[in-house]
Design a protein. Structure first.
Length: 275
């Protein structure tokens, strides 16, 4: 008898199994929404799917009377710009510091305690300090993402560097490589794909910091819009915006995964070999 742990779904059935939980959640929501709307047709807590679709289409197509902008795309571009700049800075700093602390014991002894302490500081706790230091403009929102994400990336890359076989470093030095060449030729190629994976894991945290910052001080952005309409109990806008943010996060995650597989196929060797 084949054990349950060894059972794997066929390739065609994986999509069906993956979509099943979403279909179940949709059915549960529709049932609850219909029940509330029967009792109160004006209920705003669980709007009908058609109502949410209509509101989302209006936000995605109609121009704002005051500014002439289309609200959904203005909010999306503003949030994505802040997110990509913040994550990009975090990735660059994380890669540089991670390589240096992972490859140079002297720097690791000096910087590791600082990085560890910084990673333990709740970024949301210092958000008022960022607003005081940088104002309520773009800099404070980007700084929050950088402060929240960078220490995680540094510690992850440093740990991965320390797990590399010592034989690689010894062989490189035996062949005459300098410290700089070991960092660039040995550590950098092996830590770059790890950086992409770590960034994928950090995306959810980056979105959290972005939405929080936009909710407190912003004039446009996905987080700003959600917290703006909450006072009116506009769940027909809030829920589609949450779904839109989730879709954007998923697409960014898949883009990083595709980039990693395309640029570093050796790093993903052996993945997906099981049927």
């Amino acid at each position: 008898m084949k054990r349950f742990i060894n059972l794997t779904p066929p390739r065609g059935g994986r999509w069906m199994l993956g979509l099943a939980p979403f279909a179940l959640l949709a059915m549960v929501y529709i049932s609850l929404s219909n029940a509330r709307l029967v009792d109160n047709p004006n209920d705003r807590l669980l709007p009908a799917l058609g109502t949410m679709a209509e509101s989302f289409y209006h936000l995605a197509s109609a121009e704002n009377v005051r500014t002439g902008d289309i609200i959904l795309w203005t909010d999306t571009f503003a949030s994505l710009e802040r997110l990509l700049i913040g994550v990009g800075i975090s990735a660059l700093v994380g890669l540089i510091v991670g390589i240096l602390t992972g490859g140079l014991p002297v720097l690791r002894a000096k910087l590791s305690p600082l990085v560890t302490v910084l990673s333990l500081i709740p970024p949301m706790a210092i958000l008022p300090i960022l607003f005081i230091a940088f104002g309520t403009g773009e800099a404070s929102k980007i700084a929050l993402i950088v402060i929240g994400v960078t220490p995680f990336l540094i510690r992850d890359l440093q740990g991965h560097a320390l797990r590399l076989p010592d034989e690689q470093l010894i062989k490189a030095q035996t062949l005459g490589a300098s410290s700089w060449q070991v960092l660039i030729r040995v550590l950098l190629p092996q830590l770059t794909p790890r950086l992409l994976n770590a960034t994928r894991l950090a995306l959810g945290t980056a979105w959290l910091f972005l939405i929080a910052a936009e909710a407190i001080a912003a004039q446009e952005g996905l987080g700003y819009r959600i917290f703006l309409v909450r006072r009116y109990l506009s769940m027909d806008i809030i829920l589609p915006y949450v779904a839109w943010i989730t879709l954007l996060a998923f697409l960014l995650d898949q883009l990083l995964a595709f980039t990693s597989r395309l640029a570093f196929p050796w790093y993903h060797a052996g993945e997906g070999e099981k049927p």
